[in-house]
Write a protein that binds this ligand. Structure first.
Ligand SMILES: [Zn+2]
Ligand SMILES: [Zn+2]
Ligand SMILES: [Zn+2]
Length: 453
């Protein structure tokens, strides 16, 4: 059901453990008896940012990680979600730093210091003040809503998960130290029955859901049946535990709002690209529509220089081809090129979609056509963004648009390309390479003797 990482955990004398970076840390925490049915909250991770800034370490995401966001601070810094399965690596400057530590020229430094704590959900833990499930009347939090000063108030429970790493540990096999301290309840009260009200899925499960959503546009129902699949035929206690801790499964409403949050996140990411003008077209699929252009995910990217080039050199003919082996998902990438005056190919635009068909190709071609600058030298060739009528995306539109840009499209004999080009550009011509290849194949099929070829 779930990978077992027990063999990778090193138990230390002080009740702490050491684990490798990556998925093992989350696995250890979630399987710890004290944390089984608990939702954790996180402080911010300390010491890591300053060492990244100093170019001593870098953070790598564990393979398959997609459940995180990035954002810019006011000071122009890039920040992103901290994950327990993040991997800290030394930069080359960091490697030098380590040598200096070994030679006692520099002091060792903490590169990861992070506290997580029990959220106390379900009012079943002992508060810091000693009250169980609620504060004592003498506590300063007593009259506050939910007995907390703010979201990050750690008052509701005393359980802490403290994780730490140091520069000199980074080259070791198990560089992350985790120590779990405190108890939910005093030892004389044996029954602890927390109740989780908020989303509590593990990072790994969230990653999987997001990938399903973004690549295959699975609905909440379809994601749910996939989450439940491993529990098919599971023993009652296993299922019961899964339903309580909600780390591998969760109810429909939570799942739906999680999916909606990710849809929004994806849209915001695309918004970030707007100011630079790289996005010519962006649309999320509208699955309520029948098979037509609105039904598919489509992103078309280009830049000002490429578009100007196409105006200059792409009057007669541009090239178009699709590649499926450029990314892990094997999503089709449509590549547009023009031949410049030096006879070499330069990019014009890239189209990315979940499916290659006449609709998605057409969207890319129209997006390019709407953004080719006009002929005038004294024109600023201004452009702006317009939201799509159905609210599922936006497109870049050139104010001065060049209506006389109407080249042939050189392509292979792919039928959808031909349909897509019809009525938008002058027409398709077959790529010389593909023509020769086809003729060759036909010669073979027809058994034409070599002497006649
Ligand atoms: Zn209290
Ligand atoms: Zn607790
Ligand atoms: Zn113009």
């Amino acid at each position: 059901m779930e990978e077992n990482f027990a063999y990778l955990i090193q138990y230390n004398d002080d009740n702490s453990v050491n684990v490798p970076f990556g998925r093992v840390a989350e696995w250890y925490i979630f399987n710890h008896p004290l944390l089984k049915n608990i939702r954790l909250k996180y402080q911010s991770r300390k010491r890591t940012p300053e060492l990244i800034k100093a170019d001593i370490i870098k953070i790598c995401r564990v393979e398959g990680a997609v459940d995180f966001i990035e954002w810019n601070t006011k000071d122009g810094e890039i920040k992103s979600t901290n994950r327990i399965d993040d991997i800290v690596k030394l930069t080359s400057k960091g490697e030098d730093y380590i040598k200096q530590i070994e030679n006692k020229e520099k002091k060792n430094r903490i590169c990861w210091s992070w506290v997580m704590y029990c959220s106390g959900e379900g009012n079943s833990c002992q508060h810091k003040c000693g009250g169980i499930g609620s504060c004592k009347e003498t506590c300063t939090n007593y009259s506050l809503k939910n007995n907390v000063k703010n979201y990050h108030d750690m008052h509701l429970c005393k359980v802490r998960i403290i994780s730490e790493s140091k520069l000199s540990w980074l080259n070791k096999e198990k560089p992350l130290k985790i120590k779990i301290v405190g108890l939910h309840l005093p030892t004389n009260i044996p029954i602890h029955s927390p109740k989780i009200s908020r989303l509590n899925l593990s990072r790994q499960v969230r990653d999987n859901i997001i990938v399903d959503r973004r690549s295959d546009h699975r609905t909440a129902n379809s994601v749910k049946s996939k989450l439940l699949a491993p529990f098919n035929g599971a023993e009652e206690n296993v299922l019961k535990e899964a339903l309580t801790n909600q780390r591998q499964i969760c109810n429909h409403d939570k799942l739906r709002s999680f999916l909606m949050r990710d849809d929004r996140r994806l849209k915001e990411n695309a918004e970030i690209l707007k100011p630079k003008g790289y996005v010519l077209f962006y649309q999320q699929p509208d699955l309520s529509q029948l098979e037509d252009e609105k039904h598919f995910y489509q992103l078309t990217l280009s830049n000002e220089f490429w578009l100007q080039n196409s105006k200059k050199f792409g009057q007669e003919c541009i090239g178009m081809d699709s590649k499926h082996d450029l990314n892990n998902d094997r999503a089709p990438v449509l590549v547009f090129v023009v031949e410049n005056n030096a006879g070499s190919g330069t990019p014009l635009a890239f189209g990315l979609s979940n499916k290659e068909n006449q609709w998605t190709i057409k969207l890319s071609i129209i997006a390019i056509k709407k953004n080719i600058p006009c002929d005038r030298d004294d024109c600023e060739h201004k452009w702006n963004y317009v939201n799509l009528p159905n609210g599922m995306g936006f497109e870049r539109v050139r104010e001065c648009n060049s209506f006389n840009w109407n080249p042939f499209v050189m392509t292979d004999k792919h039928r959808p390309s031909k349909i897509a080009v019809t009525n938008i550009l002058r027409g398709t011509i077959l790529c010389w390479f593909h023509i020769m290849q086809t003729i060759g194949e036909n010669f073979n099929q027809w058994n034409i003797p070599w002497s006649l070829r």
